[in-house]
Ligand binder design. Structure first.
Ligand code: CA
Ligand code: CA
Ligand code: CA
Ligand code: CA
Length: 268
C-alpha cells in the first residue's frame, strides 16, 4: 500500500513537472525549461551573426506529427529515409562543428522558422522534442546511433516549465514542449521562436558535430503539423575561411615565380 502510494506520488510529481510552454499570444512571451530559454523573438545585439538553416523537414499531409535530426550523411538513409521528411533532407540538412557557433551573452542561439497555414487553428504547432547532442561523427543517420552521442540538452529532462516573459503560461501535459503559432510572425524566413542554450553545456565538446533532434505536432493533437517545411538555423560566428580572389591571384603569381625559378635552375 505504501509502495502504491509512493508510486502514485511519484507519478503525480512527474506529471506536474511536465508542461507545455504556451507562446502563442505575443512575440515577447517566453520561458525556461532548466537552463535553456524558449522565446518568441530574438534580436542579435551584436548584429554580426550569420543565420543559416541546417535542419529542414516536414511530413506531407495535414494534422501530422513528425521527428527529424540534421546530419551530413548522404544519401539520407536509416531512420531519416522514412516518410516525406527526406524530401527536404537531401537539400538543406547538415551538421557543423560546435566551435563555429557564436556565443551571445554566454548563450548559443537556435532559431525556428515554422511553416504552417496562417489561421484557422492550423497555424498552431507544438514542439514536442528538442534534444541537442554532439558527436565526433558527422554522418549519424539512425536514432539508435544518435542515442549513443553526447547529450547536451533535452527539453523533456531539463526541468519544469517556467513562464518568465510576457503573457506566456504553462499547461499540464504528459511531457515537456512548447506550443507555437505561425500567426505571430507569419511567412517564410521569419523567426517563430528562439532557443538560447548556455555555452557551458558544450564544454569539452567544441570540436564535435552538432545534432538537433526535434519533433513537431504531437501535443494532444491540438497543434498538429501541416506540410510546409520547418527550418532551424543557428547563430554562427567563425565561418570556414575561403581565400578571396585577390589572394588567389597573389598566390598564383608567387607559385608561378617559384616554378619559373625552379625551371631556370634545372636548365642551368
Ligand atoms: Ca514561419
Ligand atoms: Ca498546425
Ligand atoms: Ca516532450
Ligand atoms: Ca509545417
Amino acid at each position: 500500500m505504501a509502495k502504491t502510494l509512493a508510486c502514485l506520488l511519484l507519478l503525480v510529481t512527474a506529471v506536474a513537472n511536465a508542461d507545455y510552454l504556451d507562446i502563442t499570444t505575443s512575440l515577447t512571451d517566453g520561458g525556461t525549461f532548466g537552463v535553456a530559454t524558449f522565446k518568441g523573438q530574438f534580436t542579435d545585439p551584436v548584429g554580426t551573426g550569420i543565420f543559416e538553416p541546417f535542419w529542414r523537414a516536414r511530413q506531407s499531409g495535414n494534422d501530422t506529427t513528425y521527428e527529424f535530426f540534421n546530419t551530413d550523411a548522404r544519401p539520407l538513409s536509416g531512420d531519416l529515409a522514412a516518410g516525406n521528411n527526406a524530401n527536404g533532407g537531401d537539400i538543406t540538412n547538415r551538421t557543423f562543428l560546435v566551435s563555429t557557433l557564436l556565443a551571445v551573452d554566454g548563450q548559443f542561439v537556435f532559431l525556428l522558422d515554422t511553416n504552417e497555414p496562417n489561421g484557422g487553428g492550423k497555424d498552431l504547432l507544438s514542439l514536442d522534442r528538442f534534444i541537442i547532442r554532439t558527436s565526433s561523427s558527422s554522418t549519424i543517420n539512425t536514432y539508435a546511433g544518435l542515442a549513443g552521442a553526447n547529450l547536451v540538452y533535452d527539453i523533456d529532462t531539463a526541468g519544469p516549465c517556467q513562464a518568465t516573459m510576457g503573457s506566456a503560461f504553462c499547461t499540464n501535459k504528459p511531457s515537456n514542449g512548447v506550443k507555437l503559432t505561425e500567426e505571430l510572425n507569419p511567412g517564410s524566413g521569419k523567426t517563430n521562436m528562439a532557443v538560447l542554450v548556455p555555452v557551458s553545456l558544450f564544454a569539452g565538446h567544441e570540436n564535435e558535430y552538432l545534432y538537433l533532434d526535434a519533433q513537431f505536432g504531437n501535443v494532444g493533437r491540438d497543434a498538429a503539423a501541416q506540410a510546409g517545411f520547418e527550418e532551424w538555423s543557428a547563430l554562427r560566428g567563425a565561418q570556414p575561411v575561403v581565400p578571396e580572389p585577390s589572394s588567389i591571384v597573389l598566390l598564383g603569381t608567387v607559385l608561378a615565380g617559384v616554378c619559373y625559378r625552379m625551371r631556370k635552375r634545372r636548365a642551368v
